[in-house]
Design a binder for this molecule. Structure first.
Ligand SMILES: *Cc1c(COP(=O)(O)O)cnc(C)c1O
Length: 363
């Protein structure tokens, strides 16, 4: 029976343990598994290779993104690092300009060591100008972080596939509830599982889902080889968190819509960047010098990095998430010092609006 994602997620792990009937899936902490006899295996040998708790989570995430295979790792960054193990040394990549600062830092690191080379694009035109048969893959985020620009995944997939380049999409901001890149032509989708998917600011995790079995198997092989796999306890917490993902995300998005509408009418705010979907909003203050006092005056929004959790956060990309992008580069594409990023939680929206109102009135 095919069911809605909400039903699928609420039931994740139920009926997985026929022997006891456990409704909440067990956590398999054992790192090693006994072999019945020489040449035989239960299917489990060593936890880096395969673990029942992780397997349940990985297959659930693959179903959610409509892919063939899921791989769960210790962080979003280790998921990205694992993906880049797929390519021969010296490969070239085209990357969306506005992206998570940690991804940029990683790409700069690979380039400095001459392991890979990166070219950046802001628009589809710039992508088309730079695409060539030497490009191994296109990597993008949409909506972009923190400028919230939406990129047409289907159009990029078409351009990438003309030269046999893979398309890799970081789907952290929208989750499969709002966007399924593999259905739009992407070959690999990844997440910082730390954000909306787990949603409680208490688990660091990464996810990769491959559209094709072959690429998925290669990534599984590489994960076993290099070992960035997530611990079984965190896999279990991840499964538990996924059960409430639709409830959390719908509430965060509804709150974000109300807050974005409110922010548009505030005289101290120059711009509100909200794509109309999801729980992330960026804004520009009219006066960048007011950033410090605005952050200080807020009492419900917490000044902290990260996003996607049940608690509302406010981030200053210039000194936090995007500090490793050189100032000239950042400012050239609009990541200016007046920009703040809000991650909307599940609190009462009127309380969040009241907090913003009082902080704006004091700056
Ligand atoms: C946080 C984040 C990452 C990195 O994930 P970690 O879990 O922090 O390693 C990658 N991409 C995006 C869009 C993110 O927000």
């Amino acid at each position: 029976m095919t069911v809605d994602m909400t039903t699928f997620l609420a039931q994740l792990g139920n009926r997985s343990d026929q022997a006891t009937g456990a409704v909440s899936a067990p956590i398999y902490l054992s790192t090693t598994y006994a072999h019945p006899e020489l040449g035989q295996s239960t299917g489990y040998d060593y936890t880096r290779t395969k673990n029942p708790t992780r397997e349940l989570l990985e297959s659930g995430l693959a179903t959610l993104e409509n892919g063939a295979r899921g791989i769960v790792t210790s962080s979003g960054m280790s998921a990205i690092a694992l993906i880049f193990e797929l390519f021969p040394s010296g490969s070239e990549f085209l990357v969306s300009r506005d992206l998570y600062g940690g991804s940029y830092r990683f790409f700069e690191e690979l380039q400095a060591r001459q392991i890979a080379y990166f070219h950046y694009f802001n628009t589809l035109n710039e992508l088309e100008e730079q695409i060539s048969p030497t490009i191994a893959a296109v990597f993008l985020e949409t909506p972009t972080n923190p400028l919230m620009t939406e990129i047409d995944v289907s159009a990029v997939a078409e351009i990438a596939h003309q030269v046999n380049a893979l398309l890799i999409v970081d789907n952290t901001f929208l989750t499969p509830l709002r966007q399924k890149p593999l259905e739009l032509g992407a070959d690999l989708v990844l997440h910082s599982g730390t954000k909306f998917l787990t949603g409680h600011n208490d688990i660091l995790a990464g996810v990769i889902i491959a559209k094709e079995v072959s690429l998925g198997e290669r990534l599984t092989y590489l994960a076993n080889t290099t070992g960035p796999t997530l611990s079984s306890f965190d896999c279990w917490l991840f499964i538990r968190s996924l059960k409430t993902l639709p409830l959390r995300f719908e509430r965060q998005e509804q709150n974000a819509k109300e807050i974005a509408a409110f922010l548009k009418h505030q005289p101290a705010i120059k711009d509100v960047l909200y794509p109309g979907v999801g729980g992330m909003i960026s804004l520009r203050l009219k006066e960048a010098v007011k950033v410090r006092s605005f952050l200080k005056e807020l009492s419900i929004f917490t000044f902290a990095e990260s996003l996607g959790g049940v608690e509302s956060l406010i981030t200053y990309p210039t000194t936090q998430t995007h500090a490793d992008i050189p100032k000239e580069v950042r400012e050239s594409y609009g990541l200016t010092p007046d920009l703040l990023r809000l991650s909307i939680g599940i609190e009462n929206s009127q309380d969040l609006i009241a907090d913003l109102t009082q902080a704006l009135s004091h700056i």
